[in-house]
Design a protein. Structure first.
Lengths: 394, 383
């Protein structure tokens, strides 16, 4: 057994770190240093910089423009990007539909979509949930009728994150209402966001920003060649999509960055004539959270080592989303606590609170979504109870 | 990075598993709770013959010097049925004896223990020291032929049964000082050494020691006078790593025991494991078990790190996680068993008690969280 990354992997970490320092444009670097939020345009500009380097899609096979890294390098890259505070790239094309098209898409789909996803020229969003199909996703009702050379889509999707910026949406649609099991009548379809009959309305989130949206389909035409996989095999596609990059869902770098921010806030905040960081009660509390994070990191390392050997994800990987998102939230809870009265701030003029603290209340609010999206943590627990512990169904 | 067991390690785990199943199921531990020593010499000898007692130590003293990973794997499996033989006491007393001792001391004290003919104990805790190895008031005064030791030691694991004890005492300085800590080898029957056997919640026994002017020759000192603290702290980290691996075995056992109970126990006409509230609790137990298993691996590997700060950081992570995760798992395991889990006849209570002891030995969560926060790594990129 060996717990450390190899010398080559450590050298790779340094290479990534140096690259980010050199390549991140000054304005973005300034925002990263202050832990500020990035505009969509800034995210995309960083995407294009990484794409030039060939690093936008770490987990894509080489033949489709990926760098050909192993699981450990992909983890290191993801961790370093997150730790740097640089913008995080939109996952919907790069991490979700891209790998699915690579796995199941037609030659046409590969040629039409992959290069533009990679280059950051086309932006994607995800059309899974509906107002009456959340955790019970298989109950979805967006209809896709077969009209010969095209599908006709009618219905509504919700929580379509960043749909307001998207050029394409991938949807799960009902193509057979008569199927014995509701999972068997669903197809995976790619749809142009500029199609006639498609409208988008962003929600204002509790974080004070617009992230997720509602998207309506009214007689939206989609060409047949935009069906991924077989007709009525959409549920299989959806499950395959979730299987990609399971080792990165813990967000170790996100939490590490947030914890560093907490420590820096504690360093820069005075209380009782000393730095908050030197208050033993506060220090113990920060340390307790860091210990939890370090433990999760070890579980993540086990999952990566397994992936390196080509093993299917083991029991340890199923806990990553669950604990990872809880710890992400706890990091922002801690930042808020450390900020004291400054934690009341809400989008004030620069200088009202230190730059580092400006976005914390927004992130603290929006972070609540982490335990809800990508399969709520309660759904994750249902899955573990059934598949790993083998507990009886209700 | 590699978390796979080697072929030899897998075989080792298999052999310990078959031992606990055949020779030391949980009923054995239950029986030995009422025994005045709490473990058996014949089993200790059997474990030596299986080669388990020497895995950490060099061949020159009768060991096979593999690594702590092998020790940890053995102790983890022994934890599944709470095997009571004093293997962790052997590790904690044996490490400073190995690191600081000379060939004669090795031959006289370490080799017989690795052969299963004697057992050892490390006496380091004092009344006002809590978990801190530097808080030593016991004094070792220089005499014409050696030293005279006076003071008291508490909660010495296996101290009631050990043939030889490694005892910390001050040759200079005062409580809290890093310098001046020395380690001495005492025989169980040493004149002036009074041992009182005390019972622990987990069914084991340990000892309170009174050293009333114990006279020893200079050949009983381990290493240079006053310079034993690093080896003592190393030994305690080995002990902590051992508790982490034993704890992983305990947690896995309680998790599976609880899972089985949820599947078999029926109420309202269905297995209670079909209720979502209980399923989610069981999943939380599973998550905590996986986290603690992960950090137990960290402890097993890094306890042998050359850099003491790296070692201390990893051990503290693992030990704090053990206390948090282990405490959660045994508490919820008991809760999900309902009333039967609070009876002495059910096994879950045995694991509950052992987990409390494991969480406390060699520093509790508070001690290790504080140590973690005092290391330079805690304020890297901050201060």
């Amino acid at each position: 057994m060996d717990i450390s990354f190899s010398a080559e992997h450590e050298a790779f970490r340094q290479e990534v770190r140096d690259y980010i320092t050199g390549a991140l444009p000054p304005e973005l670097a300034r925002k990263a240093e202050a832990d500020a939020e990035f505009e969509h345009a800034e995210v995309m500009s960083w995407h294009r910089i990484l794409a030039q380097k060939g690093w936008a899609a770490p987990h894509w096979p080489k033949q489709h423009g990926g760098p050909g890294w192993d699981a450990a390098r992909r983890f290191i890259f993801s961790e370093e990007i997150e730790l740097s505070g640089a913008p995080r790239l939109s996952p919907f094309g790069l991490a979700m539909v891209g790998p699915l098209i690579i796995q199941f898409g037609s030659d046409y789909q590969k040629q039409r979509f992959l290069p533009k996803i990679l280059a950051g020229e086309e932006v994607w969003c995800q059309g899974y949930s509906e107002p009456n199909a959340g955790s019970d996703l298989a109950s979805l009702q967006l209809r896709a009728e077969d009209r010969g050379d095209h599908f006709l889509l009618n219905g509504q999707k919700t929580w379509t994150t960043y749909a307001q910026y998207a050029d394409f949406i991938f949807v799960l649609a009902r193509t057979n209402g008569e199927a014995k099991k509701k999972q068997e009548g669903i197809s995976f379809i790619l749809c142009d966001m500029s199609s006639e009959g498609l409208t988008v309305k962003p929600f204002l989130t509790t974080g004070g920003t617009h992230a997720f949206c509602e998207t309506w389909f009214e007689n939206v035409k989609v060409p047949k060649e935009h069906l991924v996989g077989e007709l009525n095999q959409g549920w299989t596609m959806a499950k395959a999509l979730l299987g990609h990059e399971r080792t990165l869902v813990a967000g170790i770098g996100i939490s590490s960055r947030a914890l560093l921010r907490a420590k820096r806030i504690a360093r820069d905040t005075m209380s009782d004539g000393r730095r908050l960081l030197d208050d033993p009660v506060i220090r113990q509390e920060i340390a307790a959270l860091e210990l939890r994070l370090e433990s999760l990191k070890m579980a993540n390392f086990r999952a990566i080592a397994g992936a390196q050997l080509g093993h299917a994800p083991g029991p340890e990987s199923s806990i990553l989303k669950l604990r990872g998102t809880e710890i992400q939230q706890a990091c922002f809870d801690l930042c808020m606590k450390l900020m004291g009265m400054n934690s009341l701030t809400w989008f004030n003029e620069p200088g009202t609170v230190p730059d580092r603290e400006h976005w914390v209340p927004s992130a603290f609010n929006y972070m609540r979504a982490a335990t809800i999206y990508a399969g709520s943590n309660e759904i994750q627990k249902n899955i573990i109870a059934k598949l790993i512990l083998g507990l009886p169904s209700a | 990075m590699d978390f796979e067991l080697s072929e030899d390690q897998r075989l080792l785990v298999d052999s310990v598993q078959s031992f606990v199943k055949k020779d030391s199921p949980i009923e054995r531990m239950r029986r030995l709770r009422d025994h005045e020593v709490g473990w058996e010499k014949s089993t200790w000898k059997q474990m030596a013959e299986l080669g388990w007692l020497g895995v950490l130590f060099p061949e020159s003293v009768g060991g096979s010097q593999l690594s702590f990973v092998e020790v940890g794997l053995i102790i983890e499996q022994l934890g599944t049925t709470l095997v009571p033989e004093p293997i962790t006491a052997l590790v904690t007393a044996g490490v400073p004896l190995w690191k600081l001792g000379n060939a004669e001391q090795h031959e006289r004290y370490l080799s017989p223990a690795l052969g299963g003919d004697t057992s050892l104990a490390l006496a380091y805790l004092e009344r006002d020291g809590r978990f801190d190895a530097r808080q030593i008031a016991t004094r070792a005064e220089k005499t014409a032929s050696g030293y005279r030791l006076s003071g008291s030691k508490r909660w010495v694991q296996n101290g009631h049964a050990a043939d030889h004890l490694v005892v910390s005492a001050r040759t200079s300085g005062g409580p809290g000082d890093s310098d001046g800590v020395s380690l001495f080898l005492l025989d169980a029957g040493q004149p002036g050494l009074r041992r009182t056997t005390v019972k622990q919640m987990d069914g084991k026994k340990s000892a309170m020691l009174e050293l009333e002017g114990v006279e020893v020759g200079a050949e009983r000192l381990l290493g240079e006078p006053g310079a034993a603290l690093p080896a003592l702290e190393l030994a305690l980290d080995y002990g902590a790593a051992a508790t982490c691996t034993e704890g992983a075995g305990v947690m896995q056992t309680v998790l599976m025991m609880t899972r089985n109970y949820l599947t078999e126990r029926r109420q309202f006409g269905v297995p209670i494991g079909s209720f979502q509230a209980l399923q989610h609790r069981a999943v939380d137990m599973f998550v905590e078990t996986e986290l603690a298993k992960s950090t137990a691996i960290l402890a097993m590997l890094d306890v042998e790190a050359e850099d003491a700060a790296v070692r201390q950081r990893s051990i503290s992570i693992a030990k704090a996680q053990l206390a948090e995760s282990g405490g959660f798992v045994v508490r919820q395991g008991t809760q999900l068993h309902g009333g039967i889990g609070v009876t002495d006849e059910h096994d879950v209570g045995l694991y509950f008690k052992r987990m409390h002891v494991l969480s406390t030995l060699f520093g509790d969560a508070h001690f290790h969280t504080r140590r973690f926060a005092s290391l330079p790594s805690f304020t890297r990129n901050v201060a």
